[in-house]
Design a protein around this ligand. Structure first.
Ligand code: ADP
Ligand code: MG
Length: 411
């Protein structure tokens, strides 16, 4: 009897659901050979008893920065015990103590020391461990831009680089990742830090549609059973993700489309599933954008979304009056936040007719979706002053595209 096209209740389309989580580190890293080579180049001296170099990894969200570092770190761990790679997510850990606790945990393999511990004691244990093992420290500060509003960026970099002086260990290498293209991490470093921090800039350009397709094809192979995702639909998904310049949109679309098929008890994804998923996936993209706003900006955006839903007057003055009940801020701050929401692409400020130069606030997305992501995004961020643009002090090596797989060999 031919296999039914209907799925039994106990069957699933997902061979490995974890393959669709954003933290998933794929077996094969596509189209990032050049960046991996740059990182390997910086790490190699540490394999020969020298110090690792440092880097600033720059590129918009969803360009594989985190995944690339994680892949390289995994290879380092498998290759040598002489280098200890430590990964810090600065979105979550941005105080000095939190960062050191994170380093401590990964170096010693023990749970982080109790909060009562003095910072110096934590640092000392870290250095002692490195010294005893004769190991070199390699720290990835992922989303390091979060350290700047937290006021810990310079102090952390300085202290990490200077660990070796006081405790007689090798100079650590630091890979600082930044998704905020308006920010230059090297320029944010103060004089003292610049005297020890000479990062190589490694850029991560958005993936092309073909590259996205390769990544998605591989992910489908790992995460779904054969025959579930028709090639033509995967093409369409790659196209949408390329339009958003974010491979994560593609990964999420595949997952959502499959979930729909599975819920309907079908063995194969249809064009309708992809369309429906695309409608819903607007939110994850919005959520990522909303997480990049400050708390105040997001609160304003939420009120704007709620007012749009209620069909209330959207003249910017009327919005200002009303938000006073929720967000008691001055007119200048209000206008700054509004301007920032417009720059971030959430709203348009449409010049109104008649009443002077008053503008109307028009939401670019579905109000219900915007309100939902504003409520959902709980990552707080402090308002940031716009930083200086590129700094000529950064060494920029052009990243060439190549086919060769990365090597961390000692020769
Ligand atoms: N080159 C790649 N090969 C395979 N998967 C990738 C690649 N680049 C990104 N991904 C996947 O895309 C998602 C986002 O990548 P991520 O490294 O988090 O981007 P970024 O840190 O630049 O925002 C992850 O799920 C990751 O597995
Ligand atoms: Mg990342």
């Amino acid at each position: 009897m031919a296999r039914s096209s209907l799925l039994r209740a106990d069957e699933t389309l997902f061979r490995d659901p974890a393959a669709f989580e954003f933290t998933f580190v794929p077996e094969h890293l596509h189209h990032r050979d050049a960046q991996v080579r740059e990182l390997a180049f910086l790490i190699r001296p540490a394999l020969r008893g020298g110090s690792a170099g440092s880097a600033v990894l720059r590129g918009p969200p969803g360009t594989g920065k985190t995944t690339t570092v994680r892949r390289v770190f995994r290879e380092v761990t498998e290759t040598t015990r002489g280098i200890v790679p430590v990964y810090v997510n600065c979105r979550h850990d941005h105080t000095t103590l939190a960062v050191y606790r994170c380093i401590f945990e990964q170096i010693t393999g023990y749970p982080a020391p109790p909060t009562g511990w003095h910072l110096d004691a934590v640092k000392q244990r870290i250095a002692a461990r490195l010294h005893d093992d004769g190991a070199r420290l390699l720290v990835c500060l992922d989303d390091a831009n979060y350290l700047i509003p937290a006021g810990t960026y310079n102090i952390l970099l300085y202290q990490i680089f200077r660990l070796y002086e006081k405790w007689d260990v090798a100079k650590p290498g630091v890979f600082a990742i930044c998704s905020d293209l308006a920010l230059n991490l090297y320029a944010e470093a103060d004089e003292r830090v610049r005297s020890v921090f000479h990062p190589l800039e490694i850029s991560f350009p958005p993936y092309t549609i073909g590259e996205i397709r390769d990544i998605l094809t591989d992910r489908v192979r790992q995460g779904l059973y054969p025959g579930v995702m028709p090639a033509a639909l995967l093409d369409r998904i790659a196209e949408i993700a390329a339009g958003e310049q974010d491979v994560r949109v593609g990964i999420d679309l595949v997952r959502l489309a499959c979930l729909r098929a599975e819920t309907d008890g079908r063995r194969r994804v249809t064009a309708g599933d992809v369309t429906e998923a695309a409608r819903a996936v607007g939110s994850p993209v919005l959520a990522v954008q909303a997480a990049g706003l400050s708390v105040g900006e997001r609160a304003l955006l939420r009120r704007i979304a709620e007012r749009s839903q209620e069909g209330a007057d959207m003249a910017s003055g009327a919005v200002f009056e009303e938000v006073q009940d929720y967000l008691p801020v001055g007119r200048t701050t209000y206008h700054e936040r509004l301007k920032r929401l417009a720059e971030a692409g959430f709203v348009d400020l449409v010049p109104g007719v008649g009443r002077g130069r008053e503008r109307k606030v028009r939401l670019r997305y579905d109000p219900a979706e915007v309100a939902a992501v504003c409520t959902g995004a709980e990552e707080p961020r402090i308002d940031r002053q716009p930083g200086p643009a590129r700094n000529p002090g950064v060494r920029v090596r052009s990243v060439s595209r190549g086919r060769n797989p990365p090597h961390l060999s000692k020769d």
